[in-house]
Design a protein around this ligand. Structure first.
Ligand code: PLP
Length: 366
């Protein structure tokens, strides 16, 4: 199976497991786990923040950050396709009681004017605008990288209006490697930064939330409240430290593989993709012209041992490169995608427009 369904499917490598096995551990609820403390310091340093806190997931990191930034009834400014909106189970409403003001970015990236236009006036009728969140890289934006100037622009407008700033940097290291800038430069001016260890970095569990001392002090309380306070968590934190040492620079390989895959399928007549949009490890392409739905396309690929997903739109496919797929794997995946796309459209998109015709086509090619 060539699994391009997510960069979360990676399994810990032998040297990562070895690092976990030798980790010295303690009770992290008392902040006595040396491996957790090491990882937290390393992450804080990397991001240029006073402190960082180790958490079970980036979802929890985001939700805790939002909780610290807001009071119920406040409003957070986020991009329409952001993880907060699409993938946190309504957490902003459930856990923080906040409203979301959604702006529509270009490939997930929005501009300071949109933030400014979204800020409520100081009036008892209005929710209070409290925080603005950016997602680096933007997942549903196509793994797009916010340029430094764009990140700074948001910080400037936020400061001008006394809004907090949060960066969901779940794939921040992909942005770092793709742009050649540092994590510290990217995080500059953001009060809180989430980053995830279980995406491209290849860890089995964990994420970090970084900020100043007071922010992390409050975050620690919510970590407990949300049930995320662990005990001998060093056993997994050690994987994080290993990943920061060994799995960051190699992300460029994932980006190269993603670009290769994009270029190979960009030549297919019935696949729509702009290969130039692939900046990191996420590849989105549209299969509408094959006459198949996204889920049919996914099923046909799966039958040929290539796994992708189609949750972002009816005919939109997402493929993700990561450290457990090689260049040969992506070349093979491209060949199989071509095969599936070709078989589908040899029936012609119009012939597949009726459900009956589609069912026939489906059984014919399986
Ligand atoms: C995956 C992801 C998260 C959540 O990460 P988990 O560790 O799986 O909870 C948050 N934000 C973005 C942009 C993501 O891609």
């Amino acid at each position: 199976m060539i699994d391009l369904s997510s960069d979360t499917v990676t399994k810990p490598s032998a040297p990562m497991l070895a690092a976990m096995m030798k980790a010295s551990v303690g009770d992290d609820q008392r902040q006595e786990d040396p491996s957790v403390n090491t990882l937290q310091e390393k992450a804080a340093n990397l991001l240029g923040k006073q402190e960082a806190i180790f958490l079970p997931s980036a979802t929890m990191a985001n939700e805790i950050a939002l909780k610290v930034h807001t009071q119920p009834g406040d409003e957070a400014i986020v991009e329409r396709s952001s993880h907060f909106v699409t993938s946190e189970a309504g957490g902003p409403a459930f856990l923080s009681g906040v409203m979301l003001h959604m702006v529509t970015g270009t490939r997930g990236i929005f501009v300071p004017q949109q933030v400014e236009a979204g800020i409520r006036r100081d009036d008892p009728h209005c929710p209070r605008s409290r925080v603005v969140c950016v997602e680096q890289t933007s997942n549903r934006g196509g793994g797009s990288v916010w340029p430094l100037e764009a990140l700074r622009g948001v910080v400037e407008v936020a400061h001008k209006h006394k809004l907090g700033t949060h960066m969901d940097g779940s794939r921040l290291m992909n942005a770092v490697v793709a742009s050649g800038t540092t994590a510290r430069e990217q995080a500059e001016g953001y009060d809180s930064v989430t980053f995830c260890l279980t995406k491209g970095l290849g860890c089995p569990i964990g994420a970090l939330l970084a900020g100043d001392r007071e922010f992390i002090r409050q975050a620690r309380r919510y970590k407990h409240l949300f049930g995320g306070a662990m005990r001998q968590a060093g056993i997994v934190a050690a994987a994080g430290t290993y990943a920061l040492d060994y799995n960051v620079e190699r992300l460029h390989e994932d980006h190269e593989n993603a670009k290769i895959l994009a270029k190979l399928i960009a030549g297919l007549p019935n696949i729509e993709i702009n290969a130039k949009d692939v900046e990191t490890n996420l590849i989105y392409f549209d299969v509408a012209q094959t006459g198949l739905s996204g889920s049919d396309f996914v099923a046909r690929l799966l039958a040929k041992n290539v796994r992708v997903t189609s949750s972002a739109g009816p005919t939109l496919i997402r493929a993700v490169t990561h450290l457990d797929v090689s260049r040969a794997d992506v070349e093979e995946a491209a060949r199989i995608i071509a095969e599936v796309a070709q078989t589908a459209s040899s029936c012609g998109p119009s012939a597949l427009s009726s459900p009956a015709a589609r069912a026939t086509a489906r059984s014919a090619s399986f």
